[in-house]
Design a protein around this ligand. Structure first.
Ligand code: 4NP
Length: 166
């Protein structure tokens, strides 16, 4: 998180391991927010425990780097109860993440939970493929999808503010 979390908009990107897709989404969205002058808190987390404390996958780091984004400082963590209140938006990569996040959501959660690709016109309902068992080419394809959706999401926040619902 940047600063102390007093921005109006706070976005948490969530995947399974928090080492491939959601770190790339966090990096791509930070870059998009900076381009749009959008001030917001941004973080990422996983639904699973496997990679807690680890940096992003080297292939995710390399893919982000080749697109001008540094994600090396990120450390994997698991989504926690307080995230459902602290973030205005929890953005997941696929249906499994959506089910996992929903199953962990407190009854009175305030965050808007949605799928990332729903932010991109024409890609509503699409899932971000898990590149973990794929190759570098799949990481590049997934980056392109994630960054296009992150750009669209940032633009919608600029236009509509915290009320954005996907
Ligand atoms: P991610 O990818 O959810 O995009 O971070 C994965 C990372 C690790 C595993 C699965 C997916 N894993 O099974 O360890």
């Amino acid at each position: 998180m940047h600063g102390r979390g007093h921005h109006q908009i706070a976005v948490l990107f969530v995947c399974l391991g928090n080492i491939c897709r959601s770190p790339m989404a966090e990096g791509a969205f930070r870059a998009a927010a900076a381009r749009h002058g959008l001030e917001c808190d941004v973080d990422s987390a996983g639904t699973a425990t496997y990679h807690i404390g680890n940096p992003p996958d080297p292939r995710a780091i390399a893919t982000a780097h080749s697109n001008g984004v540094d994600i090396t400082v990120q450390i994997a963590r698991q989504i926690a109860r307080e995230d459902f209140y602290r973030f205005t938006h929890i953005i997941v990569m696929d249906e499994a993440n959506l089910a996992g996040v929903r199953s962990q959501a407190p009854r009175d959660a305030t965050a808007n939970i949605a799928m990332l690709m729903d932010a991109l016109e024409g890609s509503e309902g699409a899932q971000v493929r898990d590149p973990y068992y794929g190759d570098e080419a799949l990481f590049a394809e997934v980056w392109d999808e994630i960054s296009a959706a992150a750009e669209a999401l940032a633009r919608r926040f600029v236009e509509e503010g915290v009320a954005v619902r996907l």
